[in-house]
Design a protein around this ligand. Structure first.
Ligand SMILES: [Zn+2]
Length: 329
């Protein structure tokens, strides 16, 4: 009996050690970006005066026409895994200021917050403080802004289908759905004062963001989910498309996501977003979200294949650099 028990204990320990070692190996063996190097859009010409976009990780996108600039989400702090698992998170003021400077952002008309998870909304009120922007988003986002001391005149709560204009931009927020994860749902019902556990940044509903500018239209989909027919009747030339978590979904979900977002708006190009591991700093070259949280290669195989079938161009946006998202279309 005694030796039998000892043997099975040793076996259990061996299995646990093997499992932990395998997980650590997988977490650190990053999916490669090399196969997609040819898909990266070039920096826009210095003399180019049209609409330009800079990708700043996750679904933080600067959209600038030279007169007016708006930003989606505005997440720069990117707390590390330890802070997410056992610590608390809060906006890093110095890092946000430094990131805005590196992006060339001085004044922003608005920070459009797509949902209230920390990796989208946490830094938005600090960005607003530094740039004079209006924080636009859900009731939960408004409570994140209040918790950071923003006054009501710098907060604009919007409902499904509402449009707000900034310069020549018309921004419409349309209710959508989060990618299926355990963190989906919930609301922030009172001002949220960080530092707090990351999961206190409850989702608060998702918005697809439609940006119309003169003749050009962009859609920003910050999470790989959808509401059936929510975008019918809307048009967008280019869709910035969240692929985070898409590779973990089955074929039926992936095709439905493509149909409800890309096909419905008639996008001729998609630019994947929310693929980067946001527990790592933005200063380092971005790397995809590792296993077991995602399957980046599978997400990319799907969008490239569907893109080929439907004649939809797939491109990547470089980090920090302004591009013309419509170039060559
Ligand atoms: Zn989210």
């Amino acid at each position: 009996m005694g030796t039998g028990q000892g043997k099975s204990d040793r076996l259990l320990v061996a299995v646990i050690l093997f499992g932990a070692g395998w997980l650590a190996y997988k977490l650190n063996s990053r999916p490669s970006l090399a196969p997609y190097a040819d898909l990266v859009l070039p920096p826009s010409d210095r003399k180019f005066t049209g609409l330009r976009v800079a990708f700043l990780g996750v679904s933080t996108l600067l959209v600038d026409d030279g007169e007016t600039a708006i930003l989606t989400d505005g997440f720069f702090t990117r707390p590390n895994r330890r802070k997410l698992l056992i610590g608390k998170v809060e906006p890093d003021r110095a890092l946000i200021a430094k990131s805005l400077e590196r992006s060339g952002i001085k004044h922003l008309a608005a920070v459009i917050v797509t949902h209230s998870h920390y990796d989208h909304a946490m830094d938005s009120p600090e960005v607003a403080k530094l740039t004079g922007a209006l924080v636009v988003g859900s009731g939960s986002t408004a409570n994140i802004a209040r918790g950071w001391g923003l006054t009501e005149d710098h907060i604009r709560m919007v409902r499904d289908g509402e449009s707000v204009s900034f310069g020549r931009f018309r921004v419409t927020l349309i209710s959508s759905q989060h990618a299926p994860t355990v963190f989906t749902g919930g609301e922030i019902r009172e001002p949220l004062v960080p530092p707090v556990r990351a999961n206190h940044y409850q989702e608060g509903g998702i918005f697809s963001v439609l940006i119309e500018h003169d003749e050009k239209t962009l859609l920003i989909q910050s999470s790989a989910g959808f509401v059936e027919a929510a975008l019918s009747g809307r048009r967008a030339d280019v869709a910035f498309l969240a692929v985070g978590g898409l590779g973990r979904q089955d074929d039926v979900f992936q095709h439905a996501y493509w149909r409800e977002i890309v096909k419905t708006v008639g996008a001729r190009r998609i630019i994947p977003i929310h693929w980067d591991d946001f527990t790592l700093p933005l200063e380092q070259p971005l790397v995809p979200i590792p296993f077991p949280f995602d399957n980046f290669a599978k997400s990319m195989a799907f969008v490239l294949d569907r893109g080929r079938q439907d004649g939809v161009d797939v491109k990547f946006a470089p980090t920090w650099t302004k591009i013309d998202p419509f170039v060559g279309l």
